[in-house]
Every structure is written in structure tokens, then in C-alpha cells.
Design a protein. Structure first.
Length: 730
């Protein structure tokens, strides 16, 4: 049952940009026997708020909860501000600083003339302020407008809450749309999704239907089309869709039999509103079409620019090789030279071809040729990667600071906007992006917008690996367009040519697994077993590594569920590597026991804590009393987790192949059985295999491996960046 407390806001203990606040509240009145002991006392409150002022009186609605760490708190679900009624309170309110030019003396004069109904008079009859001799017309208008805006925001947020939006969502909406909010409420609630996708279509759709929108309302049909197109692009990875598939999924969302002519009319309307683009029976969300178009234009511009001339370049490289005690092969030399002379370049190659070594050479030669100190180097040259682990790996190898693309662009996770953008560009003069195959078209477009038009761009990656999680396949499209300079690395460098792991990787590319020398060398083993014995086989191998440095031992699996899924394997491996101990505290989180010294993986980006999706760490401390806390060490970066974000990490004895992208491990165990069938395809297996640096053990069924390698259609994405680079689509 809803309770309320009435009183004054005192101060905030914690506040974020989304409006979430933890603070202190002095209770003056309540309707709850449970809360009566708090009258004339201060209570901690939590909730989402547009604005709180210590001069105001509020009514908070919600319930009293007992937090396991912080004790009694009032959890606010909605709130309202009470305008001051007594004369002294009105004077205090008017001279609070909210109203420019109104001090205590002037505030008293206003209240003396207008009385206890001062605020309503100012709102409804502001001309009465001119009865006060010291108040000018400009000041009267300002006072009225400020009070009106102050009132409007609260009324709008309350109205949104009454419609069914949470306080948090109401805050986000008002913050984004301000005075336009009520117009959108009256005209089309679905429009909120245009700038606030995270609100969720299903949530707004339910609110709209509750408000009387018909299921075939054109506003609903159009919003549903945009939702379907966005979902299909994100799930499948296409940048454009076909008419029939949009219509088919649309009917499922609408849950009505919408006539084709009404669907066609809705599409035409969206095209006129520039929300959908149609080219040759290809249907794009406008942002997707424009992203591919802008990326193509920028890359073509760079590719057409004259090469940079470097005096005595060959001599510089020879001196560098001598100093570094390394000799580059023909392909590597070409990559290094073109990276420093071309304005855009793709360097691609499989495992062992020296991509990271080349990045190191490029950075050192760039510094040497331009005679830069380290500070000047990092101001002019930026190393980027799509994941935290990939950026850390490249940084450790080159000894030059590298960051994730999101961090470089100063991504705000609350607003989903980038601070580095077309209006606030980076000063970087050269950018090198590692693991480019993992970058989606929208992120790449945002990166280019944040760079000056002449910034040199070097793209490094392996287009045979898994494509980006988001839509697009930028590396593959750029290479196949033949419009961007490309250096393909073919000779092996990282490991000797006899490496069985690398040989397997290339055999997977060529769909020729039979030619692989399994069990002939220590670096590559295949242990046959069926799905019912796989778990025991993994455990047996894990026992062998128990006394070794198990941080370098990584199990990679395709799926979380099933008999041999990631979740079950993690439980079994935890029992081997980190069993229960009297000396180690543990904590039950979502039916899974975590204990000190557990290996864990980060599931989301937390840029404020410098930890990112895919980072692997170790639990170094657990507090499991009334106050629960988990501290995880990510290679020297200690991050504290409270119950609010316990869902942001999982065990990492076994992780998904997708999560392993951008990482390398000394030893990889790769289980492959027919029960994984839904997730077995060539690029997934290739990515798993190429994570192993020194040793790879495949466990399972050889037929499952062959079937996966033969299954390549799942990788086929529909994109048009290649065609745009060629000029066939404009």
C-alpha cells in the first residue's frame, strides 16, 4: 500500500545524470503508522527527481524499505512539490535565488501587497506585481515566466507518471523534450522513441493502447515499422531489409491483420518524413543509410588525397629494423610504409601474421620521423580498439596509451550520446583501430564524425573473424570494394609456419578441416567424445591445469544453456579451480555462489570505473554481512560492486566465443558437440580457434567441427557500404 511523507528536502548523498538521487528528508507529516516515528526526524530517501530545492516543501509517495546495507529508507515512486502558503515561507521562497533580482527586502514588499495568495496571483495576474513601486515590467515578466516554467516541469512529469511512465522515464523524457513534452503527449506518444530508444517500444506501445490508441492507428503502425526495422538490424546485422520481411514481422508486433495497402501508406509516410530510405527495393532506417553513406564519402575522400612524402624513408626503416633487431617481410614493410604515407589504409591478415607488431612499428616510426616526445605522440596519434581487453593488449605491446572507441568518444551511458562529435572534434591527426571487424557501422560513423576530415585512419583486423555485434560488416565491405588501399598479410610471423593452430585456422577458412594435423604436435589436440561425456573430459583437463597458472587456461563455448553450456561448465570448473574454503568468503547472487579468488568477466561497459565489457578479473574481497560488496581486481584496477550492479559480472572459467573477441589466451579449450548446433558456424569456430596463442584443445565430435566449418551462410549480412564505395548506390 502506498504511503506518503511530507516535509523538506535536506541534501543529496548521491545523484547521477539520469535523475536518480539518494538523499535526506526532514519528515513533518505522514499517513503511515509505520513512519510515525520519523516525524520531526530525518529519513534517507531514494528515487528519480527532476529537481529538488531545500527551500521547498514536498510530498513523497512510496514505501518504507529496509536496505540490507543502509537500513531504513523511503523508496519514492512519485512526488509533488507543495507551494508555500504562509507569508514567511513565501518570502523565503521568493528570495531563494530562483528568481533573479529578488532579495529579502523586495520579497517582503511583494508579499505585503499581494498577501498569502502571492504565488497564484503572480501566475495568473502578473501585472499586479507592478503595484509594487520597485518592481519593473521586465522584472515582473521574468518572475512570472520563471515561476511558470518551474510549475510546468513538475506538472508535466506528474502527467507522464499518470500516463504510466516511471518517474525515471518521465525525468528522461522531460529532460530531453522540455516544453515540447506536452505537445508530443497530445499528438503522438510514440515520438518519444525518436530520441529515447531506451524507453522501449513495448512499454510505450502498452501506454498508448491504454490511452485509447487503436491497434491499426497509423501512428502505431509507423512506430511499429521503425521498431521492427531496428530490431531486425540489431539482431541479424543487416543495414537494410526487404519489404516482405518487414511486413511479416510487423503483423506479429501489431497482432492484427493489417491490409497491405495500409502498410504501404505507412511506409510512404515514413519516407516522406525522412525516417525510412528506399533504394532499389532495399529498405533502410535513415540513420543506417546515412551512416553507410557518410562512411563511404569520408573513406573515398581520404583515399583520393595525395600520399605523404617522407624523406629518406627506406633509410629510416632500415635504421629502425637495426635498432629493434627485427627484420620485416615484404608484406609487413608494405603495410608500415603505406600506413605512414597513405591517408587511409586497411591492414588485414589471419593469426600469426604480425598485425600487432606492425602497429608497434607504425607508432614508433611515426614518432621518430616526426621527432615527437611521448606527450606530443599521444596528442597526435590515437590507438583505439572496440573492447577494453583489446585496447589493453595493444597498449601493453606498443607502450602507447590505447583506449576503447567509446571511451575516446566520451560516451555518456545515461544519454547514449558522445561528447566527441561533429561539433566537438578530437585533435588526433592519426588514428589506428585494431580489431576493426568488431566495429559496427553506427559506431564507426560516430567515430568519423568526431575526427577532422583530414585525420589519417589505419584499420587493422581479420575479416574472417566474427562480425560486429551491431549492424554492418565494415572491414569486409571496405576490402571487397577495392576502393580503399589494402595490405594483406600472408606470411606467418607470430608463430613458426609449422604451427598446427595457425594451420587449422587457415584450413577452416578454406573449408578443409580434414587436412589438419590433430594430435601430432603439443600445440593442437582433438579429444573425441559425445555430448554426455564432454563435461567430464573438460573437468579432467582442468584438473591437469589446476596446479598451473589457470589464468592462462580458458574454456570457450558457443552457448550459455544446454547440458554443456557456459553456465554449467562454469559451475564445474569453479569446483576445481576455486572450491569452497573456510579462508574464502562467498556470496550467493542469483542462485550462483561467488567466492574470493573467483575468475570473473565484466558484462557491460562501466567507463567511470575504467572497466569494459569482456574484461576478465579476479574477486579479491567479499563482504557478505548486512552490507554486501564484491571487489574485483582487473589487472590492478580494483572495482567495487554493490547489490545494484551484481548483475554486471559472471564467472569466467568458461566464457562465450563472442566475449573472447579481442583477447588471446595461452591455452584454449574449445568444446564442440552437436547440441551446440544452433550456434555452430564457420566464423564462430574460427574466432574461437584464433584466441589460442600456444595450445588449443578441441573436445567433442569431429562432425560438429566439420558441420560448423561448412556452415557459412549465417555470416552473410545484407549491407551496402561496398556498393556505396563503388558508387553504385547514392
Amino acid at each position: 500500500m502506498e504511503q506518503y511523507i511530507k516535509g523538506q528536502y535536506r541534501k543529496s548523498i548521491y545523484q547521477n545524470e539520469s535523475g536518480y538521487c539518494i538523499g535526506l528528508f526532514k519528515v513533518k507529516e505522514t499517513d503511515s503508522d509505520e513512519l510515525v516515528d520519523f516525524v520531526d526526524r530525518t529519513i534517507t530517501f531514494t528515487g528519480y527527481f527532476h529537481e529538488l530545492n531545500t527551500d521547498d516543501t514536498y510530498i513523497f509517495y512510496g514505501k518504507l524499505v529496509n536496505h540490507e546495507r543502509y537500513g531504513d529508507q523511503f523508496q519514492v515512486t512519485r512526488y509533488e512539490r507543495v507551494l508555500p502558503e504562509e507569508k514567511d515561507s513565501i518570502v523565503e521562497f521568493l528570495c531563494s535565488g530562483l528568481f533573479k533580482g529578488i532579495g529579502e527586502k523586495k520579497a517582503k514588499k511583494i508579499v505585503d501587497v499581494l498577501g498569502k495568495d502571492t504565488l497564484n496571483i503572480i501566475l495568473e495576474y502578473p501585472e499586479n506585481l507592478l503595484l509594487i513601486p520597485t518592481i519593473t515590467k521586465k522584472q515582473a515578466d521574468s518572475l512570472h515566466d520563471t515561476l511558470l516554467n518551474y510549475e510546468a516541469s513538475y506538472k508535466t512529469i506528474i502527467h507522464l507518471s499518470e500516463l504510466g511512465f516511471s518517474t525515471k522515464d518521465s525525468m528522461l523524457i522531460y529532460k530531453k523534450y522540455q516544453e515540447k513534452t506536452n505537445t508530443i503527449i497530445d499528438e503522438n506518444l510514440y515520438l518519444f522513441l525518436e530520441k529515447l530508444e531506451d524507453l522501449g517500444f513495448k512499454k510505450i506501445d502498452a501506454i498508448c493502447l491504454k490511452q485509447g490508441y487503436k491497434k491499426d492507428d497509423e501512428r502505431r503502425v509507423k512506430a511499429s515499422i521503425l521498431y521492427v526495422m531496428g530490431e531486425l538490424s540489431n539482431v541479424i546485422g543487416h543495414t537494410y531489409l526487404l519489404n516482405g520481411e518487414i511486413y511479416g514481422y510487423l503483423l506479429k508486433v501489431l497482432q492484427i491483420d493489417l491490409p497491405v495497402n495500409e502498410y504501404d501508406q505507412a511506409i510512404e509516410s515514413l519516407v516522406k518524413e525522412v525516417k525510412v530510405v528506399v533504394r532499389d527495393e532495399k529498405y533502410y532506417l535513415t540513420k543506417m543509410f546515412e551512416a553507410e553513406k557518410e562512411v563511404a564519402n569520408r573513406l573515398l575522400y581520404l583515399a583520393r588525397q595525395p600520399q605523404v612524402e617522407i624523406k629518406n624513408f627506406d633509410r629510416e626503416i632500415e635504421a629502425f629494423e637495426l635498432q629493434s633487431k627485427i627484420t620485416y617481410n615484404k608484406d609487413q614493410l608494405e603495410a608500415i610504409k603505406k600506413a605512414l604515407t597513405e591517408n587511409v589504409l586497411i591492414i588485414t591478415g589471419g593469426p600469426g601474421t604480425g598485425k600487432t607488431t606492425i602497429i608497434k612499428a607504425i607508432t614508433e616510426l611515426y614518432q621518430r620521423i616526426n621527432k615527437l616526445n611521448y606527450e606530443q605522440l599521444v596528442n597526435r596519434l590515437t590507438l583505439l580498439a572496440p573492447t577494453g581487453r583489446a585496447s589493453k593488449r595493444i597498449s601493453e605491446f606498443t607502450l602507447v596509451k590505447a583506449v576503447t572507441i567509446h571511451r575516446f568518444l566520451k560516451w555518456n551511458k545515461d544519454t547514449n550520446l558522445f561528447a566527441i562529435n561533429e561539433y566537438n572534434k578530437s585533435d588526433a591527426q592519426m588514428v589506428i583501430i585494431d580489431e576493426t571487424s568488431m566495429v559496427d557501422i553506427l559506431l564507426f560513423d560516430n567515430l568519423l564524425k568526431g575526427l577532422h576530415v583530414g585525420t589519417k585512419i589505419i584499420l587493422v583486423g581479420d575479416d574472417n573473424q566474427l562480425p560486429s555485434v551491431g549492424p554492418g560488416q565494415i572491414l569486409k565491405d571496405m576490402i571487397e570494394s577495392e576502393k580503399i588501399p589494402v595490405v594483406k598479410l600472408k606470411e606467418l610471423y607470430r608463430q613458426e609456419e609449422g604451427s598446427s593452430i595457425i594451420r587449422l585456422a587457415y584450413n577452416i577458412q578454406n573449408n578443409n578441416v580434414e587436412a589438419t594435423p590433430f594430435n601430432q604436435k603439443d600445440d593442437l589436440s582433438f579429444l573425441p567424445c559425445d555430448e554426455y561425456h564432454l563435461k567430464d573430459t573438460v573437468k579432467r583437463i582442468a584438473e591437469e591445469y589446476k596446479t598451473k597458472d589457470y589464468k592462462q587456461f580458458q574454456v570457450l563455448a558457443p552457448m550459455y544453456k544446454t547440458l554443456n553450456g557456459i553456465d554449467i561448465l562454469n559451475k564445474e570448473l569453479q569446483a576445481i579451480f576455486n572450491p569452497p574454503s573456510k579462508n574464502k568468503k562467498e556470496l550467493l547472487i542469483n542462485d550462483v555462489y561467488f567466492r574470493e579468488d573467483d575468475k570473473v568477466i565484466q558484462l557491460t561497459n562501466m567507463p567511470d570505473d575504467n572497466v569494459f565489457n569482456g574484461d576478465i578479473g579476479r574477486i579479491i574481497e567479499i563482504e557478505n554481512g548486512s552490507k554486501k560488496k564484491v571487489t574485483i581486481d582487473f589487472d590492478g584496477n580494483e572495482v567495487e560492486y554493490t547489490p545494484a550492479n551484481f548483475n554486471k559480472f559472471k564467472h569466467a572459467y568458461c566464457i562465450s566465443i563472442h566475449k573472447s573477441q579481442g583477447s588471446e589466451f595461452e591455452t584454449v579449450i574449445l568444446p564442440l558437440v552437436s547440441s551446440y548446433k544452433r550456434m555452430l558456424y564457420r566464423k564462430l569456430v574460427y574466432t574461437g580457434v584464433t584466441r589460442a596463442k600456444k595450445k588449443l584443445i578441441i573436445i567433442g565430435e569431429i562432425e560438429a567441427l566439420k558441420e560448423a566449418v561448412n556452415h557459412n551462410e549465417v555470416d552473410l549480412r545484407r549491407t551496402t557500404l561496398k556498393e556505396m564505395l563503388k558508387g553504385s548506390i547514392s
